[in-house]
Design a protein around this ligand. Structure first.
Ligand SMILES: [Zn+2]
Length: 431
C-alpha cells in the first residue's frame, strides 16, 4: 500500500524530488543531465503548485521560512497522478455487469473509487451504468467508507442506446426516436451529469475473429444531432464504438471521445487526429478475458479471436500515438478481471507492450487524461497553477515500465479526502 500524503491548503510545502526529464514542460536549462530524471523542487502554497525549480542554481524562488519540506528518496521519481478515462464506478472488477440488477450503494461506489485513488488514480471518468449509481454516489455527499483520497469524478449517469440493441446494462431503457434524446439530456443535466454516453455499437465478439456483435445503432445525422443537442447542455459526448465503422461514424459526427474502437484502422485514426477526437482504447478488459479464461476454447471464448483483437489493438495504439491522436488511458475498471487496485497498471503495461516508452505512457496517463476529462486547468501535469496531485514511482519504471507500476507514495490536496488519514501525524520526510 503506497504512503498517502495529504497536503493542506493552509500550509506551504517544498517537495524535493527527481522528475523524469521528459515530463518537464520547459527545458531545464544548460548543464543538466541529457536524459533520465532531473532533481527539482516543487513549491506548493494555498493548495496549488506555485513554482517549479529545476536543478539550475540560478533559478531561485524566494521561499522564505515556514515551508514544510518533503523529500522524495532518489530511488523514486515524481510524476503527475494518474487519470483513468474509462471506469465503471458501480462495478466490482469481478462480476462486471453480470448479475447487475440494482443500483450500487453509494458506499460501494466510494469504496471502489477510494481504492483507485490509493494507487495514484486521482481523476476518473465514469463509463455509466443503468441506475446512475456513480452520479448518485458522487452527489450524495456521503463520506468514503475508509480514510484516504477520492478521485475527481467526471460523472455520466445512464447512457443512450437504441431500444432492442446492446446497452441494457448502461441505461434502464433504450430510446426509440431521436426526440427522446432531448428529454434524456434534460434529465441528466438536472441530475448534474458532466457528459453524455452514447452506445453506437455492440460488444466485440469473443467467439468470431474480427467481429463486433449487433448493428450500428444510430445513423450519422442522428449522431450529429445528439452531439449538437448535448453541447446545448454543455455536455461532452463519449461513444461506445467497437468496429471501425462505428469509430469512423462517431469521428465524422464530431464526438469528443471514442471508447474501445476495437478493429479500428489507420485511416480512421487519421480522421480522428484531424478532427481532434480522443481515443480511449481500453485494452485491459480484453486482455483480462484471455488471462482469466480456461486453457483451450470454450463455447463462449475462442482464445484466437480474443488474442487477435488484443494484438490488433496494441498495433493501433502505436499507430495512433505516432499519428497524433489524443490517446487516453482507460482501464474499464470494474469489468471482470480489471480491479480497482490494478486497472491502470494493467493498461499501462499494455501501452508499454504497444511500444510507447515510459515517459510517453506517463504523459498519456496524466496530461492526455486531463484533456480528455476537461481538467487541463486543474491537474495532469507538473505545472504552476495546478493541484498538487502526484505519484512517486520506483525509478526503475523509467527502464522497465511493465514492472514497478505500484506507486510508492501518493501526494494529494487534503481537500480530496473527506475524513482524516489513519495516521494524522504523517512524517514530514518520505524515506
Ligand atoms: Zn466500459
Amino acid at each position: 500500500m503506497p504512503l498517502l500524503y495529504p497536503l493542506s491548503s493552509e500550509e506551504n510545502y517544498v517537495i524535493t524530488a527527481h522528475v523524469p526529464e521528459g515530463l518537464l514542460l520547459r527545458p531545464p536549462g544548460p548543464g543538466g543531465p541529457g536524459s533520465g530524471s532531473v532533481p527539482a523542487k516543487l513549491f506548493v502554497k494555498g493548495g496549488r503548485i506555485v513554482h517549479l525549480q529545476y536543478f539550475s542554481a540560478a533559478d531561485k524562488f524566494p521561499a522564505g521560512g515556514g515551508w514544510k519540506e518533503i523529500v522524495i528518496p532518489p530511488r523514486q521519481v515524481l510524476a503527475p497522478a494518474f487519470i483513468d478515462c474509462h471506469v465503471h464506478a458501480a462495478l466490482d472488477g469481478v462480476n462486471g455487469f453480470n448479475g447487475f440488477q440494482k443500483p450500487a450503494e453509494p458506499q460501494k461506489v466510494l469504496e471502489h473509487l477510494g481504492r483507485a485513488a490509493k494507487v495514484g488514480v486521482l481523476a476518473v471518468r465514469d463509463g455509466s451504468d443503468r441506475f446512475n449509481s456513480a452520479l448518485v454516489a458522487c452527489r450524495s455527499g456521503e463520506p468514503p467508507p475508509s480514510p484516504g483520497p477520492l478521485p475527481a469524478l467526471v460523472a455520466t449517469g445512464s447512457a443512450i442506446f437504441r431500444q432492442g440493441c446492446y446497452g441494457s446494462f448502461l441505461a434502464e431503457k433504450g430510446i426509440t426516436s431521436i426526440k427522446e434524446v432531448y428529454y434524456k439530456l434534460q434529465q441528466l443535466a438536472n441530475m448534474g451529469a458532466d457528459q453524455l454516453k452514447v452506445v453506437l455499437s455492440g460488444l466485440v465478439s469473443f467467439r468470431q475473429k474480427g467481429t463486433v456483435n449487433g448493428p450500428l445503432q444510430f445513423s450519422l445525422p442522428e449522431m450529429e444531432e445528439m452531439v449538437k443537442a448535448a453541447s446545448r447542455f454543455g455536455l461532452r459526448v463519449m461513444v461506445h464504438a467497437s468496429s471501425d465503422r462505428a469509430a469512423r461514424l462517431a469521428a465524422e459526427a464530431g464526438v469528443h471521445s471514442i471508447e474501445h474502437g476495437y478493429f479500428i484502422t489507420p485511416e480512421t485514426l487519421e480522421l480522428m487526429a484531424e478532427r481532434q477526437v480522443a481515443w480511449v482504447p481500453t485494452v485491459a478488459p480484453l486482455f483480462a478475458v484471455l488471462e482469466n479464461a480456461p486453457a483451450g476454447n470454450t463455447p463462449a471464448i475462442n482464445r484466437d479471436a480474443v488474442a487477435h483483437a488484443v494484438e490488433h489493438q496494441l498495433e493501433m495504439i502505436h499507430a495512433a500515438h505516432r499519428s497524433g491522436v489524443l490517446l487516453g488511458l482507460g482501464s474499464d475498471a470494474g469489468s471482470p478481471g480489471v480491479g480497482w487496485d490494478n486497472g491502470v497498471a494493467l493498461e499501462m503495461g499494455l501501452f508499454a507492450r504497444a511500444g510507447l516508452n515510459p515517459v510517453e505512457i506517463l504523459k498519456v496517463a496524466s496530461q492526455n487524461g486531463s484533456r480528455v476529462l476537461g481538467l487541463t486547468g486543474t491537474m495532469g501535469a507538473l505545472q504552476e497553477g495546478l493541484l498538487p496531485c502526484f505519484v512517486c514511482l520506483d525509478r526503475n519504471f523509467l527502464i522497465q515500465p511493465g514492472a514497478h507500476l505500484k506507486p510508492e507514495a501518493v501526494i494529494f490536496p487534503s481537500s480530496m479526502q473527506t475524513s482524516l488519514p489513519s495516521s494524522p501525524s504523517a512524517p514530514e520526510t518520505l524515506l
